[in-house]
Design a binder for this molecule. Sequence first.
Ligand SMILES: Nc1ncnc2c1ncn2[C@@H]1O[C@H](COP(=O)(O)OP(=O)(O)OP(=O)(O)O)[C@@H](O)[C@H]1O
Ligand SMILES: [Mg+2]
Length: 428
Amino acid sequence: MMCFQYFKDKTRSRQQRSAPELKEQSKSDYSGTQRISKSSCLETTPRGIPELYEEKAHNLRVFSFSELRHATHDFNRLLKIGEGGFGSVYKGSIKPADGNGDPIVVAIKKLDNDGLQGHKQWVAEVQFLGVVEHPNLVKLFGYCAADGERGIQRLLVYEFMPNKSLDDHLFNRAYPALPWKTRLQIILGAAQGLAYLHDGLEIQVIYRDFKCSNVLLDENFKPKLSDFGLAREGPVAGRTHVSTAVMGTYGYAAPDYIETGHLTTKSDVWSFGVVLYEIITGRRSLERNRPRVEQKLLEWVKQFPSDSKKFRLIIDTRLENQYSIATARKIAKLADACLLKSAKDRPKMSQVVESLNQIIQDSDEEANISQESFESSEIDSSESSKKPNQLEATESWKRRMTHLAKLGEHVEGASRRRFMIMQRAKVP
Ligand SMILES: Nc1ncnc2c1ncn2[C@@H]1O[C@H](COP(=O)(O)OP(=O)(O)OP(=O)(O)O)[C@@H](O)[C@H]1O
Ligand SMILES: [Mg+2]
């Protein structure tokens, strides 16, 4: 097993100001062995994440703790936008790197002070996000490592994603239901992000934590994967897997990985299959508050095969019938392939992207045909009006989202005002 350890440079000031130094603790996965290169399994390269990180680390900004404290008004709870298993996320604003121009809105994750595990996650995130670059992966602006009076502080500064996560839009009833077409676009973007990690780099990256809450959405609902704390470099050439301690999120981790600790890109493919069923059903992979037979999503959907009549019964009722059943069946079939028991039988993410592109293209054509026939058959207008088409649904949903965002701005404005009032109240 390989892991990295953080080495503090005692010659530096108390507030760490340079790139984190990363050292391999065990060389078993690296030394003298050849890596699988992106272009061909025959070509090899000696470079791994630490080398690539060395090359690209200069792109990352190193923030002082006081800069980030200032950016978040001392980590004010009114600026807290989320909380995960490893820390809290705040909205903040920082100065541009050259000091000129408007402040940049960012998301700042402050890891809990829980010692080695938190630190390992932070190192992995800095390393992987420092190396990768893709429109479907969240951008890391920089980080902060400060060992001061307040103890060990580890923070990450990301681009701000204004539309929360896929998890919020699929499962939180406070948001309008996500239209079918938008679900398909989001899942395609997420698949492209994963395919890039698996095949688009000099090294292979296994993400290990694919789930709806790690799919963040930008102002146009374009998805970006976040959270690289559990990411691992893929196996070296000649090996089939990486051996690791089993980590991830219950309900998403592949059973073969849980059983053996053998991690491959196909473990991500399994998690992707779980999320496909989540977008079809609008249910989480695990819901304890449901009747026993419905608690585990994958067990429940097995009773409703994609080619059966009763398949319709599992489709998210919040879609209010505004989806294409033919497309939903194809998505379920793809999910079943991703969820095959034997990891090697699952498709590669690049094949999943291909299939999704085809499914979406077919679905658009189908929508165009039905739109044309809808327009040309104004004969039975009362009947037609009972079948609102998908495009209209997406438009009306977009209008509702814009309205909601406007309301959000007011709420934010109000909390900012509350915050300023609190600040003023503190002034003696
Ligand atoms: N770059 C970002 N821009 C905007 N919001 C973000 C950003 N990163 C995280 N968030 C918000 O913070 C929440 C918490 O994120 P975090 O990754 O810490 O936890 P999680 O994904 O919910 O759970 P887990 O710790 O299991 O991954 C996210 O769900 C999202 O709403
Ligand atoms: Mg997360």
